[in-house]
Design a protein. Structure first.
Length: 363
């Protein structure tokens, strides 16, 4: 009992120390984690191109995936920059309307005419400090993005030596196979997460764009893209993304029924996809308990900020697969899983298929 208690205490202290180090070194570890995430995404994209396009060979699949990924990233940055310019040009129209909305709300609440205008609020917020904060944030984003690209380049360059390193680390064939299965499980889990988030995010974005286009909301393309990007933050991302265009609609329209239709319609789309389609796809593909996803979002968001929120589900999948490999921590992986089988039913079926004992009728 004393030995078991000491071992558990050492494990708890090691976990606390590891997360404390991850917080203190977040400036270094966050770009590296994002680079590994992009590497897995590019690798999965390359295998998809190789599988779906017979004319693409294994040697050309990865360079083609890198080029296409950079094109998508460049297009995304262009969409954001172009629509931000459009927002700036429309400020002359938005500011007077927003002042009218504030005055109307103040009159409805009985506040009289003492409500400040947008110009006065901006003056009270110290514009110089706000601009300095925004500029500092953009500078940090640019430096982090450069570090991510540097890490990604080195990871791509050293990826070929990974198999040799695994053979050197695990001379025993059985141990090597188990280690390879763990790595493959992590890769499959992250790729499934990307697939689920991309499909459900695209569903919400396309339906939202259709609604906003029908209602005539300005910058509908940008808002649809914004909803799609925020969809990669689990649970709360799509909800936040669908609120923003509804709030801006209150400034655009002179009446209230159009903004209300947009706001309620976007929330209805997000509710249907998030509560009907997403849980089923997540349960069948990711095998993660929704409570574990929510706790991971809160924890990694507090640990690494916005990058941690984006990476919370992939990191949780990785932790569950690794914890399932050890008897002392398997119970944690079981609680984190959705069906009680953290190793994944898909891998068990793959093994049965290799042995020729797989029965499709067996649950």
């Amino acid at each position: 009992m004393n030995s078991a208690s000491a071992r558990n205490a050492v494990i708890i202290l090691a976990v606390v120390a590891a997360f404390a180090a991850a917080y203190w070194l977040r400036g270094i570890l966050t770009p590296l984690a994002l680079a590994v995430f992009l590497l897995i995404m590019i690798d999965g994209f390359a295998r998809t191109l190789e599988r779906r396009l017979p004319q693409v060979s294994r040697k050309t699949a990865t360079p083609l995936a890198i080029v296409l990924s950079l094109l998508v990233l460049s297009l995304s940055l262009y969409v954001v920059a172009d629509n931000m310019t459009s927002f700036v040009n429309q400020l002359n129209v938005y500011v007077p309307r927003l002042n009218e909305r504030l005055a109307a709300v103040a009159a409805g609440l009985g506040l009289g005419e003492e409500v400040p205008t947008i110009q006065q609020l901006i003056g009270r917020l110290n514009p110089g400090q706000v601009v300095a904060t925004v500029a500092n944030g953009l500078q940090n984003f640019a430096s982090d993005f450069i570090f991510v690209l540097i890490y990604l380049g080195f990871l791509l360059a050293t990826r070929r030596s990974f198999a040799r390193k695994v053979r050197a680390l695990f001379p025993d064939p059985d141990q090597r196979r188990e280690a390879t299965e763990v790595v493959e499980g992590v890769r499959r889990g992250v790729e499934k997460y990307l697939w689920v988030q991309t499909v459900t995010g695209a569903m919400i974005a396309v339906a939202s764009y259709a609604l906003m286009a029908i209602m005539g909301e300005e910058n509908a393309w940008f808002w649809a893209f914004f909803i799609f990007i925020t969809g990669y933050v689990p649970i709360i991302g799509a909800a936040v993304g669908t609120i923003a265009p509804g709030l801006f609609a209150f400034v655009q329209y002179d009446t209230l029924w159009q903004p209300l239709v947009i706001l309620i319609g976007l929330q209805a789309i997000n509710f249907f996809v998030g509560n009907v389609i997403y849980p089923r796809m997540q349960g069948e593909s990711l095998n993660l308990d929704p409570v574990a996803v929510l706790l991971a979002l809160a924890f990694f968001g507090a640990l690494w900020g916005i990058p941690g929120a984006f990476l919370s589900t992939p990191l949780t999948v990785t932790a569950m697969i690794i914890l399932a490999q050890f008897k002392g921590t398997r119970w944690i992986a079981v609680l984190m899983s959705n069906n009680g089988n953290p190793a994944g039913a898909d891998r068990a079926r793959e093994r049965e298929a290799e042995k020729g004992t797989y029965n499709p009728a067996k649950p």
